[in-house]
Design a protein around this ligand. Structure first.
Ligand code: HEC
Length: 160
């Protein structure tokens, strides 16, 4: 208890609290509660600063994951699960078009002199036939710019 009253850093105390609480009975818990409230305030302060940024990114990734469901009919992120419907998209960033091992690309895709980046993916997903004429990706593309942005942000993380 004495240690509780004199603990100089409430945030540390707050972190260790659940373990200690399990062991100690209720009496004298006021000081601990006060320290926990302080620790909570410190953590809340940090969360308020970080949350808007974290929240926006998390939302974008969630949206991208939902959009990617459309792609999953043909694309996997795991090379071991690649089918003949579409090349695996793991490692797609920085990869030259038409070069995932083990996939039978069209001549058009193999000949396309494109390296996949945010910009080239954006253009391809908006108008795949415009960007790689004669490619065999049987998908009409993503009309909404926000869907393209979200799925590219998701791929950037999930394709690593
Ligand atoms: C109906 C199946 C199908 C769907 C749905 C589909 N794709 Fe494809 N995709 C393909 C095929 C097939 C190719 C290879 C085309 C070729 O060789 O001409 C391809 C190629 C690609 C490539 C080039 C890959 C490489 O290795 O060069 C990217 C990137 C890509 N698709 C992204 C997407 C994304 C993102 C979506 C969802 C928004 C999507 N595709 C939806 C079938 C599909």
């Amino acid at each position: 208890m004495i240690a509780d009253m004199t603990m100089p850093t409430p945030s540390l105390h707050g972190f260790s609290r659940p373990v200690r609480r399990a062991k100690s009975a209720g009496s004298g818990s006021k000081a601990r509660r006060a320290a926990a409230v302080l620790a909570g305030a410190v953590l809340l302060g940090a969360a308020v600063v970080v949350a808007p940024w974290r929240g926006a990114l998390a939302q974008e990734l969630d949206k991208g994951e939902r959009v990617f469901k459309k792609c999953q009919a043909c694309h996997s992120l795991d090379p071991a699960q690649q089918t003949d419907k579409g090349p695996a998209l793991q490692g797609v960033f920085g990869r030259k078009a038409g070069t995932a091992p083990g996939f039978a690309y069209s001549e058009a895709m193999k000949a396309a002199n494109i390296v996949w980046t945010e910009e080239t993916l954006e253009a391809f997903l908006a108008d795949s036939q415009g960007v790689v004429p004669g490619n065999t990706m049987n998908f009409s593309g993503l009309r909404k710019p926000e869907d393209r942005t979200a799925v590219i942000a998701y791929l950037r993380e999930a394709s690593k």
